[in-house]
Design a binder for this molecule. Sequence first.
Ligand code: HEC
Length: 235
Amino acid sequence: MKYAIGAIIGIALFAWLFSVCSPAGKNKTGHEYMPDMYHAVSYEANLLTNYSWNHWDDESSFPKASLSQPRGKVAGTIARGYTGVHYTDATALDVVRGKNAANAIAAPVNGEVPFYYENTPEDRIRCEKEIPTNPFPQTQEGLDRAKPLYNIYCGICHGEKGDGQGWLAANPDTKYPAQPKNLLDADLVAAGDGRIYFAMMYGLNVMGGYADKLSYEERWQVIHYIRSLQGGAKK
Ligand code: HEC
């Protein structure tokens, strides 16, 4: 009898132990084996989660929410060695890239380029007018680099073909609130490159900006790639 009770308690305990480690469900986070390993007590960049043991907000004068968002560089500064150029032929670009004998020191042709436009409808139009062309020459190498960037950052909404039928927009299981712009539309084909660049810097309505996700050159290479999609669609 003693053994039987012991066994029942033993089995019950065992079962209870397993139930404690319940897996996550639809609206349930499940139980964590070592909570602090998943939910950091310190604050983490680009991550804002509610965790009761995180007392950052009580102890710091900077709220966690503001610290977890991507931040820009200090106003008026540029990263060392970074330069921006507006060249239309590839040989001039090679000089800056250190590919000729006269100047063998390469500078990254990327990054710290000022953008003198506010996020207003007037500046959106001004940007399109004032930046009609791409500062980088179109090269196959650049298109190859831009393709995965486009597919990751833009294609999910605008579609890998640029037709506005990306996975988030066209999948019946997703509920994306707005129709992403068809990048093959005639008005965008005719638009200056500055319009697409502006959209990447600030986004538009529900579309967020990509200034902190794509570097200066990457943004322009993605624009070349979008132009190549438009060209392909128009044959
Ligand atoms: C999460 C979905 C989403 C992603 C990702 C996204 N967009 Fe958009 N985009 C939209 C939506 C929605 C609109 C339409 C906004 C409106 O008209 O209100 C739009 C509009 C645009 C426009 C039109 C702007 C104009 O002036 O009419 C351009 C250009 C554009 N996106 C480019 C891009 C590029 C380039 C990327 C990748 C770096 C990108 N988008 C990523 C959803 C997205």
